[in-house]
Ligand binder design. Sequence first.
Ligand code: NI
Length: 167
Amino acid sequence: MAVLDILTYPDPRLKQVSAPVTDFDEALRAFVADLEETMRAGPGGVGIAAPQVGEFRRIVIVDVSAKPKTPNHGRLVLVNPEILEWDGMVKGREGCLSVPDFTGNVIRAARIRLRAQDEHGEAREYEMEGYEARAVQHEIDHLDGLLFLDRLVSKRHDLFRRKVYAK
Ligand code: NI
């Protein structure tokens, strides 16, 4: 396994649209393992999308189980994910491994119904809400070349520089 390099804003490759996965083979599972290790090595570490490491394939990993009192499905490998239903709207703060210096307030659906394949090609459906639903929507945006920066209502009011602590 390996921790992969993360593309950061304003790298133009982050705007690329990723292609569906068709081969559910050992190479895919090896890549998923590297992607997960990269996610867990990063600050925050609740989600990552393949294009963030320069692999333009529709694969995301989300795991919000470390966040207290958040309903969740644990570790999720979502291949070719598709949101089937959206419900409610809620504004919340997001960060991104590809935008290390900022966080932002973004409006997302409060609840979603999602269909995705796992790393073996098994199709599953999920109902999710709250922070997990937000994380999944954020990661799926990466597959379509979108960052949370693209969804800010107001750059002046909803974009925040991360605090840097002096040594
Ligand atoms: Ni992100």
